[in-house]
Design a protein around this ligand. Structure first.
Ligand code: CMP
Length: 141
């Protein structure tokens, strides 16, 4: 089924100037960018986005990293987009990511891991809504 998922190109990948290379991975796999923008997250925005991780030991470092520079937030659309995006990203820890995945090729550490992607349909809806108004998500034709 055609799905939408939220993808974030994180500050490490933006600083490496590989936004285009990462988006090409998505496009080459049949996903399309239907919304997107560069933004500098505020601490409040980053904390709110990652609220489910608030009690985790890595929360502070995660938030600090996510506000360390601009990010590219986008909505990807396509067949099976949520799982497909996660396959393309590879494991959260780049040391464990399969060869050829985005994190294996562009990420440096579990925090500076190049990309975020929604992990379920429920979270995809919540995360898309967190960054985009409905009218900012375009309809493909
Ligand atoms: P992300 O998919 O953006 O979701 C939460 C982020 O927390 C994750 O990617 C990692 O960058 C970061 N993180 C840091 N430490 C851990 C950990 N031990 N387990 C999971 N995520 C972690």
């Amino acid at each position: 089924a055609v799905e939408r998922t939220l993808s974030i190109i994180k500050p490490d990948a933006v600083a490496k100037n590989v936004i285009g290379k990462i988006i090409s991975r998505f496009e080459d796999a049949g996903l399309a960018v239907v919304a997107g923008r560069m933004m500098q997250l505020s601490r409040e925005q980053a904390e709110g986005f990652y609220a489910v991780h608030r009690e985790r030991p890595f929360f502070g470092e995660l938030v600090s990293f996510m506000i360390s520079g601009p990010v590219f937030v986008q909505v990807l659309e396509g067949d099976n987009a949520i799982a497909k995006n996660r396959d393309l990203m590879g494991a959260t820890d780049p040391k464990k990511a399969d060869p050829g995945t985005i994190r294996a090729d562009f990420a440096d550490s579990i925090d500076a891991n190049a990309v975020h992607g929604s992990d379920s349909a429920e979270n995809a809806a919540i995360e898309i809504d967190y960054f985009f108004k409905p009218e900012e998500v375009t309809v493909r034709r």
